[in-house]
Write a protein that binds this ligand. Sequence first.
Ligand code: UTP
Length: 291
Amino acid sequence: MSRVKIAVIPAAGFGTRMLPATKAIPKELLPVVDRPVIDYVASEAIEAGIEHIVFVVSRGKEPIETYFDHQPELEAQLIAAGKTAYLEQVLRPMMNQGRSSFVRQGKALGLGHAIWSARHVVGDQPFAVLLPDVICTGTPGATRRLVELHAETGGCAITVNPVPDGEVHKYGIIRPDSAGPDAHGRVGVTGLVEKPARGTQPSNLAITGRYVLTPDVFDHLETAETGAGGEIQLTDSMVKLIGHGPFHAVVTEDPVYDCGDQLGWLEANLGMARRQPAIWDGLADRGWVTR
Ligand code: UTP
């Protein structure tokens, strides 16, 4: 079976829900504790064995490219000052030369259109998609689990998390097959619906922003029409793949932090801070949290 070597990270949206912070700073570069949110996501891709990341960007997103590149003056200054810990942090997110591409999505027409914009760089191979405003926790990482599943099935794979009834309208929701999840949390997918109205959802399993897709999805994205919210939705094209090859979901209970709005971003900061004892203890000392 083919190995997934390339990932697409779509980062061309406006980040409207995080205005005014995102007026001048890409949403994907907002910090979660000590790192931009997209740094967690790119690291997850690398951990999964991805060799090349295609970032889909737009006007004003140039700082993302800068973040993953060298900063020779800064590096030289940190070396001269003996600030090796900072130097490591500056060098860590560096994408090795030739292992990243940046393509432009001229107009923010939707997630499906953003992925389609990467078609010439991806070519005719399976690829991962990671939404850069979503931090998936858990070991092994969500993308690694999908890459491993694809290696077994050769088909599409997505991660899903259970969400309360009151939140299904915010997500793409799967219809699982009647057999239900196996011992590894893997379940066949028989349908997908983007942002269903409460009470109409086929399950409470929400797509959490990690996908492995086969390249035939580009054929459907090519002719895609606008769907929910007037946008070209990735989900609408993924639906068309169901029944034409294996399509599975991995159910995970690991916390997923969607940093796309204020509450989610704040929750992400608390969730990730809890993993850093020095910071969590500091918050506890100041009475913000309990140990
Ligand atoms: P979101 O809908 O969460 O991001 O899309 P957004 O459009 O930036 O957010 P709001 O609704 O305006 O607040 C998930 C990811 O897909 C990218 C976004 O950059 C985000 O990382 N995206 C979305 C694109 O690259 N292009 C699009 O046309 C839409």
